[in-house]
Ligand binder design. Structure first.
Ligand SMILES: *[C@@H]1O[C@H](CO)[C@@H](O)[C@H](O)[C@H]1NC(C)=O
Length: 303
């Protein structure tokens, strides 16, 4: 994956990206125990996306699969290598179509040293009809998303009809979270407006610029991005490069203790990501893998 720029070329620069306006009238609120617990199925789907495709097809990927034992996979794609693994299926207990994307492990990212370009580009108007040209996203993420987008749309449509549901949930960790974020806008623009789209991502980097973030805010209200403790990925690429997160930050602070942070990319509260990790030297890449309320995510956690 073209991803290492997140770690290397921006490392020094991210340190400078720590100034933001203070907005009044917003508050950071703790998540209730039940709200926190309701995330677990999505954490496990994101975890499962790292498992081998043959185990996903038979839904026999160990704990990550048994945690959502009623799930019915209908399409498993990608190869975990040139194309990130993804899977689609139906969850009776959520009464929802589920789309989950695989991410990358930090160790894999560190071996990918060659690609340092970090261009921001328009979204393809064929995939994202009607989106303003001021909406810019990371080129690598855009290209990766475009590879699987039409296949995913087709299968989601088919399943919504087959299962008679209007609910679609998107999830993924790391790069997989970035792909889920792009999917959330893509599917919103290409499915009937009666569709209810829910997004839960983990350790997601910044995907686009402020215009992109504002579009997600406007079009995808049910959007949560979970950050764990001092993970450095969510502060990359740096805001000084024009990148911005949408709304929906949930910051996990310790077991049983997470807060919901208001606005886009909150930079004002010590419990939220930016203040917790002002630069990557003060972060901890191991927190990227979790545990997210006891659940770790990554290739080695497909057990
Ligand atoms: C997003 O990027 C585009 C292209 O550089 C720019 O025209 C637009 O103003 C940016 N949006 C924001 C809110 O900065």
């Amino acid at each position: 994956m073209r991803f290492l720029e997140l770690y290397l070329s921006l490392a020094a620069l991210a340190a400078k990206s720590n100034a933001a306006p203070t907005l009044l009238g917003r508050s950071v609120t703790p998540l209730s125990a039940s709200d926190l617990a309701s995330l677990a199925p999505f954490t496990q789907f994101s975890r499962a996306a790292y498992c081998p495709t043959n185990k996903l097809r038979s839904w026999s990927c160990g704990q990550a699969c048994t945690a959502n034992s009623d799930f019915q996979p209908t399409l498993v794609g990608g190869d975990g290598n040139a194309v990130q693994t993804f899977f689609i299926g139906f969850s009776p207990s959520q009464n929802s179509v589920i789309v989950a994307h695989q991410g990358t492990d930090p160790t894999q990212l560190l071996s990918d040293l060659t690609d340092i370009d970090i261009l921001m580009v328009n979204l393809d108007p064929k995939l994202f009809p009607g989106v303003s040209s001021s909406v810019h996203v990371h080129q690598g993420f855009r290209n990766e998303h475009a590879v699987t987008a039409p296949t995913i749309l087709k299968e989601v449509k088919r399943l919504m009809l087959l299962k008679n549901t209007k609910k679609v949930a998107l999830t993924g960790h790391s790069l997989g979270g970035a792909l889920a974020e792009l999917d959330s806008l893509f599917l919103t623009l290409n499915l009937p407006s009666s569709t209810s789209i829910k997004v839960v991502t983990y350790g997601v980097p910044r995907v686009g610029n402020a215009s992109f973030a504002q579009l997600i805010d406007a079009k995808v209200p049910n959007f949560r991005r979970i950050n764990n403790k001092d993970d450095i990925v969510p502060i990359l690429p740096g805001r000084f490069l024009g990148f911005s997160h949408p709304h929906g930050e949930v910051h996990m602070l310790s077991p049983g203790n997470a807060v919901s942070c208001p606005g886009d990319d909150d930079a004002t509260d010590a419990r939220c990501e930016i203040k917790s990790v002002p630069n990557i030297l003060e972060g901890n890449i191991l927190d990227h893998l979790g545990p997210y309320e006891g659940i770790s995510i990554g290739t080695i956690f497909c057990t």
